[in-house]
Design a protein around this ligand. Sequence first.
Ligand SMILES: [Cu+2]
Length: 273
Amino acid sequence: MGSKRLLVPAAVVGTLLLAGCSAETNAQWKRLGLPEGASDRTEAVRSLWIGAWIAALVVGVMVWGLILYAVVRYRRRNEEAPRQTRYNLPLEVLYTLAPFAIIGVLFFYTVENGNRITAMSDSPQHTINVVGQQWQWTFNYHETVNGEEGVWETGTLDQPAELWLPVNESVHFDLTSPDVIHSFWVPSFYFKLDVIPGRTNKLELTPTKTGTFAGKCAELCGLYHSRMVFTVKVVTADEYQAHLRDLADRGQTGAATGGQDATTIPGHGEGEK
Ligand SMILES: [Cu+2]
């Protein structure tokens, strides 16, 4: 095939690729694919992610270099078999220790950043019980609103739930499930944690940016798993309190741990799974 026949499609693809590079895409490239972080825990994940890639690249460059050197330096020059090397102690020590060193460094940073990500404070400013149920979310805000203890909101398949959070205030999450395993995931928080029936998983974070973020279930949990999405709204403390009063005014006080609405599928029987 003539090289000219490839030229046109290559130019078209190249133009399209370049046209697709918005400032946002470029910024995402610099984060190696991560979305923009929106909580106080994202820096630990970001540094681990970028650091692991740099470490992999350093090892990769060394290995590629050695391969290239061996290919050129020891290329076949005649029909004689090359000199065989075995039981070379320094070499064997090197390729036993080097992987241990690599694993050790990765392990150290993983544990250190893992501790920073999962750290809990003694007195978080807000506590929210997140209920993952087939196939939506219920959020119980443990707050006193208009003299009532606790307000909640829940989603349905047609109207996914909203999770409201106050910016720059620490939030403790208790994750529970009445049915099967789900996974609570807000990509912009770089955080994902399983929601397991019969146990309470915990996480804590402080949202650092106001805005609207996507949330979803990250564990295949049945027929309508794909519709188990929700919206995170990070707002000012005043807007947060106003929203809680709204929920109380709608009569959504106390605690909701099952979310019956979410099991009603349009066109199917109630509670069918
Ligand atoms: Cu789920």
